[in-house]
Design a protein around this ligand. Structure first.
Ligand code: GLU
Length: 449
């Protein structure tokens, strides 16, 4: 099929040559939907392939803000409103120095399919800024969030585009972004989710991505007659997703033994001390070095002392959960996991495994839960937050948790059925892409050109 070649040519012509992460994401989706397209030529007739790889709108704006020394700082802000065939644009906002148009296009593209897989009616978008929250005072964070919203508020709306949290954007930042929108528009519209409870946020939103990841993994393992109980698990990252994945792993009786940040990796063979990790990362916002200083039983491997990717993947485990960032688990790391007899890899971050890593997992028949499915719990509870805001009726933590479990288990069932329909064995990555593509493409066709 020449369609992939043609689409990649088109993508290269209409984007910067340096948009390599975005091209990687497109290629991964288009390659894996081959068996589906073969049986469904109508998608070519409607030229869906070319149409789906073009973002609807890419917004770029300047953010000017005043730091604590009264110096004026400037950052780039972006929002990629990629596809709204299924519903209003929805996706997180990321504040991190690695944010570029390439990264946000890739994340927004992934978000389209992830959101479609949830079965909820939302389109795909992503935004952010190349701003580094590390080391900034609370006042500086507030000023930056206000400036971000001021530069961009007229492009969003509760039926148009709803923002959410992501790396560097938690409840504190969301609160400031929401407050500024309210000031500018005199409205309390639900234009952002992951809000603090005091501003109409949902119970269970901050833990949803991490918990959802473990619920998805459990459902998948249950289907194979396995369980996480008593099993050694490795986790990368130490942000919101990693922390809540670790918390839920303890709840289900597993033993999470690693976590990491940009400076290094912790291996704590008896299990990560969750209270200490939360104290360091959520309260003090400092580096994992502080964890190693407190816990003498733990090994700390500095990133600069370990050259081949992340040390996390050296540690033998039953289940591995990459929860840090894109392309963090290389082919080399995947091989180490396989050599150490890993049974399942479930992605908590967006696209953390490189294509050669995925190929190796497939070749060795390692169960692989792709991010589009496994980390969809966060955005799913965001939609529950939107519906609670609109109905003014709020759910208890137990109700949200039950709904989240239900959504994750339905996602698994829908993907498994798609795998069965297209004889994909347990290639859940292809199943997820086909399921998401089909829902978005059908909605695009139904709306005409
Ligand atoms: N940042 C999360 C994601 O990657 C959640 C986005 C949202 O809640 O809108 O899916």
């Amino acid at each position: 099929m020449k369609y992939i070649e043609n689409a990649m040519k088109l993508a290269r012509q209409s984007n910067c040559q340096s948009d390599t992460t975005f091209f990687q994401a497109i290629e991964e989706v288009l390659t894996s939907i081959k068996p589906f397209l073969k049986k469904n030529p109508q998608y070519f007739e409607h030229n869906i392939i070319d149409r789906i790889i073009y973002p609807n709108r890419e917004i770029r704006f300047k953010i000017e803000w005043l730091d604590d020394n009264n110096h004026i700082q400037v950052n780039n802000g972006y929002r990629v409103q990629f596809n709204n065939a299924l519903g209003p644009y929805k996706g997180g906002v990321r504040f991190h120095p690695s944010v570029t148009p390439d990264i946000l296009k890739f994340l927004a593209f992934e978000q389209i399919f992830k959101n479609a897989i949830t079965g909820l009616h939302i389109g795909g978008a992503k935004g952010g800024a190349d701003f580094d929250p590390k080391g900034k005072s609370d006042q500086e964070i507030m000023k930056f969030c206000q400036a971000f919203m001021t530069a961009f508020y007229n492009s969003i709306g509760e039926d148009i585009d709803i923002l959410g949290g992501d790396i560097g954007v938690g409840e504190r930042e969301v609160g400031y972004l929401f407050g500024q929108y309210k000031t500018l528009t005199n409205s309390y519209d639900s234009i952002i989710t992951s809000k603090p409870i005091s501003l109409g946020g949902s119970k269970g939103r901050s833990s949803a991505t991490g918990y959802g990841l473990i619920y998805f993994t459990e459902t998948l393992l249950e289907d194979m007659g396995e369980t996480l109980k008593g099993k050694i698990c490795t986790i990368s990252g130490s942000g919101n997703v990693a922390i809540h994945a670790i918390e839920k792993l303890y709840d289900v009786g597993a033993i999470p033994v690693t976590c990491s940040d940009s400076k290094g990796t912790i291996h704590d063979p008896n299990g990560i001390d969750l209270a200490l990790l939360k104290e360091i990362k959520l309260k003090k916002r400092s580096s994992l070095e502080a964890y190693a200083e407190e816990r003498k039983a733990a090994t700390y491997v500095k990133r600069e002392d370990y050259q081949s990717g992340s040390y996390v993947w050296e540690v033998p485990c039953f289940a591995a959960f990459p929860c840090a960032t894109q392309n963090e688990l290389s082919g080399e790391s995947a091989q180490k996991l396989i050599d150490n007899d890993v049974k399942i890899v479930a992605e908590g971050a967006n696209m953390p495994t490189t294509p050669d890593g995925i190929d190796l997992f497939m070749k060795h028949k390692i169960l692989f839960a792709p991010a589009k499915a496994a980390n969809a719990g966060g955005v799913a509870v965001s939609v529950l937050e939107m519906s609670q805001n609109n109905s003014l009726s709020y759910m208890s933590a137990e109700e949200i948790d039950e709904k989240l479990r239900g959504i994750m288990s339905k996602i698994f069932k829908d993907i498994k059925k798609t795998c069965d329909d297209y004889c994909l064995d347990m290639d859940l990555a292809s199943g997820a892409n086909i399921l998401g593509f089909k829902r978005v493409a059908n909605a695009m066709i139904a709306q005409g050109v």
